[in-house]
Design a protein around this ligand. Sequence first.
Ligand code: ADP
Ligand code: MG
Length: 434
Amino acid sequence: MDEILEGIRRRVGERIWEKWFSSFCVLEVEHDRVVFGVSNLFIKDWLLKKYGNVIRKAVEEVLGSAREIEISYIEERRDVEGVVREKVFRRSHPDLNPNFVFENFVVGKGNEQAYKFAHKVSLEPGRFSPLFIYGGVGLGKTHLIQAVGNAIFSSKPDVKLIYVSSERFMNDMINSIRENTMDSFRRRYREADVLLMDDVQFLMGKNGVQFELFNTFNELMDSGKQMVFCSDRPPGELQDFQDRLISRFKMGIVVRLDMPDVETRIKIAKAISKMEGGDLEDEVLEFLAKNVDGTLRELRGAIIKLIAYQEIEGKKVGVYDAVSVLDSFLKPSHGIDPIERLFGVLSVVFDVSPSDIRGRSKKVSATLAREMGMYFARKYMKASIESVSKAFNRSSPVVSKIVRKLEKDMKGNPVMEGYLQKILSYFSPAVGRM
Ligand code: ADP
Ligand code: MG
């Protein structure tokens, strides 16, 4: 099926081809669809979004009729020289993200309990049912519940396994009512061996769906099937929820996911980077783990953005690039007197006292420290012009003028960039704590 690939290559051009399609291949041609393979999940989504139509056209041209296209994940096995020796196509469960496996889940403080139970359930489905995992957004619930699914699916591919968000369950139900197919809807869910339902909190206040879930639950429970639920809060805090359903949720194991500690977050950042097929520097990943504002979901967003940036720019990103690329993901500098800390750093980097920086000293080091300090405070710490003006003991217009001047001076000036890097290196581990 090289003609299809050729057709895509011709349409997108050599440069794009090399950049995005390096692992792209045809896996299966069926009468109504063509399955392609790619070794990077992030690229997979990007390709579908950006080049879906191009791929469809190329398929239609070669095969003579339009087909559905699907892109699957393939694992590339390399030899010691890094040359791809084998492309392994692991058929994954259609409901599940093949990256959400236990092997990719970093266990540490905050999530080990939830991990243990999820893992246990995957080894002996049906024994601990239901398992109810709860915790805030972006802490790994979906990853864990899908890992249960992936593990069961890979050891017992014939098991009837359903992963569904409660929202999707509801939409399924509404459609079935509309199309008069409630019977098959009920059968589908009630005949499952394993039912994994994500984000049940979505059903709060939705009485009709709760009723349906209650019946499904009982049926599965009676026949010893495995259920796992995820929610952003414990069962008892689900509002507008039928008590009998809440008490069913509590029947099995209820386990909480917490925000992992910094050490675990660093490992998670590395795992996410690997999952996404990127190779960011450890230093950058550590910086992100400490400074990205928000949950692991934001951390993932930041990592993906940097991987894309690195691939597009064709050069390794450092902490310095990360700060400028990610701006909006990083924690705002809040708390007590970050500026005081900046003065401390400046005096170390430029070997000059804070009072010289604040004062009128015309020493080169004092001037440089003062100007770099104002620039850093404005650009990196997002300090207001008023607070910089006050801290540095200069008027607001003077501060603005200097910051503008530095913006120009900084460009392509390795000495200035060196200073900036240095200031940053003192700051980065603590930016979030300021
Ligand atoms: P939730 O469903 O709780 O909102 P997700 O499961 O979607 O959170 O997790 C957000 C992101 O963080 C996902 O990309 C997930 O793979 C990743 N993640 C969360 N916890 C871990 C972990 N312990 N190890 C590796 N990746 C994790
Ligand atoms: Mg989720």
